[in-house]
Design a protein around this ligand. Structure first.
Ligand code: SF4
Length: 245
């Protein structure tokens, strides 16, 4: 259930102020602010490509909730990474499933909806489950970065997610892939083995292909469809949540 309007306005103002003040802060300081500000009403979402944000947050405050969208279409390596994360880090991993099994979805919409209408499939298997799983929280964090795609270049380190009436925290927004690689090596962070097998960006198996050297890391996602985002980070107008929203 969405917060009352006056609380939403207060949260939006809080996000705008923090987004400006923390723009140059280290990811750990951004996470510390979020954990201190929102307490039990803060969670992390994870695709299980790597556990950088989880590693950072769990060092600051053990027991942070981590939401993993179990679409039913993940690579086995991704599910094993999820299980390794749950064993290694002092976090609480919630695997959230869609309302329909793949068989039920096939019966209603026909098989391989991901090939015919990936937006509809993502809505059913990612966007709705995320919306449902975020309801108990006032703020959520993701590991998206500005250097991943042109459309992500304007994301804030803290911003107002008007679509969900929540504060969105992107502690790695300013980081590059080299920053992530350095942190992974220094802290022995759990990573998905597919990252080193030609999959620099990992989503559901039917919608993720290997990327050739020199190709954009995200080019293996929904290749050839024109789709670049699953919808998790989009506002109601179909645009990415941005600084100043
Ligand atoms: Fe469906 Fe592909 Fe989206 Fe996964 S990434 S939910 S399989 S369209």
């Amino acid at each position: 259930m969405a917060a009352p309007v006056d609380r939403q306005e207060a949260l939006a103002a809080l996000a705008a102020e923090a987004g400006t003040r923390l723009e140059l802060a280290a990811p750990q300081d951004i996470l510390s602010w979020a954990l201190e500000t929102f307490g039990d009403q803060f969670c992390i979402t994870a695709s299980m490509a790597d556990a950088v944000v989880i590693d950072m947050a769990s060092r600051i405050r053990p027991g942070v909730p981590v939401i993993f969208l179990e679409t039913g279409y993940h690579f086995p390596e991704t599910l094993r990474t999820r299980d390794r994360v749950a064993r290694k880090y002092p976090v609480v991993v919630h695997s959230v499933v869609p309302k329909q099994t793949i068989e039920q979805q096939d019966a209603l919409f026909g098989p391989k909806l991901h090939d015919r209408d990936p937006d509809a499939c993502c809505n059913l298997r990612k966007v709705e489950p995320l919306r449902r799983s975020l309801e108990p929280y006032a703020a959520w964090a993701s590991g998206i970065r500005r250097d991943e795609t042109a459309s992500r270049r304007s994301i804030g380190v803290v911003e107002w997610d008007a679509n969900r009436a929540m504060v969105k925290v992107n502690p790695l927004a300013r980081w590059t892939q080299d920053d992530v690689d350095d942190y992974v090596a220094e802290h022995d962070v759990v990573v998905n083995p597919l990252l080193s097998q030609g999959y620099p960006s990992i989503g559901c198996a039917p919608c993720t292909r290997k990327v050739a050297p020199g190709e954009s890391p995200r080019s293996g996602r929904w290749a050839g469809s024109g789709k670049t985002e699953c919808g998790l980070h989009l506002n109601a107008d179909g645009q990415l949540v941005r600084r100043g929203n």
